[in-house]
Ligand binder design. Structure first.
Ligand code: FAD
Length: 252
């Protein structure tokens, strides 16, 4: 690997060196509180609903709140694995800045549950189809089926985590996906950006707002243009082209 900045020699790729540099961070919180307040399939009041919502995290609960207040019969099914489950604290969200993600979801669910036409079910929906009568039918992993006139898919997104040992364990704790959500907590710290090419260049510009000690880990040969490299170097941003094989960490 070529280090474009001589200073790089001073750094090893220990987790402390990489992750504190990377400022990319992550934590492991599921939503047990949500599970406790959902009913079992056996105790459900209906199998036919005005609306079925697949996904009972923030988006699904927001939809459930609006529909519950509109007196709709709603089923919210949720697998209990929101994308932010490892993050210890969420930020940049009015009234909830610094709150544990599971607490925000718990509070939201408490509020939605006041609307008694909304039912909750823990589990994974594995199939959906349109019936001849024009309804939607969903099938749960358990084999149970439910029908709804409308179907809302609020299943979120699945992050594509690089196949690097330690990366997923650190996701949301010390490997951070968003400077607006988590940058303040690591401001002015040595921060590594894991990206290449145009993305890497743009991220360096963005994240230099939070710290001046930046390292760009391109995970192989840089694909930045000579102009981009020259610009980054003029801002004392170190380019590291070594392949990253693992992140050393303890509990993320
Ligand atoms: C690491 C990390 C940290 C973040 N930090 C912040 C922050 O500090 N501030 C901020 O504003 N935003 C933050 N975000 C973004 C925020 O978490 C998302 O915007 C938000 O969670 C999106 O909500 P959602 O309901 O669309 O999806 P999710 O929260 O991902 O929820 C989707 C839900 O659908 C369920 N589901 C999926 N498929 C099925 C299925 N087939 N059957 C049943 N259920 C299913 C899942 O189990 C999950 O509960 C962060 C995101 C990540 C990844």
């Amino acid at each position: 690997m070529k280090a474009r900045n001589k200073n790089y020699r001073a750094y090893s790729l220990s987790r402390r060196a990489f992750l504190r540099q990377t400022g990319i961070m992550l934590t492991g919180i599921y939503l047990p509180a949500l599970s406790n307040t959902s009913v079992t399939i056996e105790s459900m009041k209906h199998t036919n609903f005005d609306v079925i919502i697949i996904g009972g995290s923030y988006s699904g609960l927001a939809a459930g709140l609006a529909l519950g207040r509109a007196q709709m019969n709603v089923l919210v099914v949720d697998g209990g694995h929101p994308c932010n489950k490892q993050t210890p604290y969420s930020h940049n969200f009015l009234t909830q800045d610094g709150t544990k993600p599971a607490e925000t979801a718990w509070l939201a669910k408490q509020q939605v549950q006041k609307y008694t036409t909304v039912e909750f079910l823990n589990g994974i929906a594995v199939k959906s189809r349109k019936t001849v009568s024009g309804q939607f039918e969903i099938e749960m992993e358990s084999g149970e089926k439910f029908r709804g006139d409308k179907l809302i898919i609020a299943t979120g997104i699945k992050d594509q985590i690089p196949d690097i040992r330690g990366f997923s364990e650190c996701w949301g704790i010390s490997v951070l996906h968003c400077p607006f959500c988590h940058g303040w907590e690591v401001r002015n710290e040595k921060t590594g950006i894991f990206a290449n090419g145009q993305d890497g260049f743009e991220l360096c510009k963005l994240i230099s707002n939070w710290t001046s000690e930046l390292f760009l880990f391109t995970n192989g040969t840089s694909t930045l243009s000579p102009e981009q490299l020259q610009k980054l170097e003029s801002h004392h941003i170190t380019i590291v082209e070594k392949k990253v094989t693992r992140l050393e960490h303890s509990s993320g």
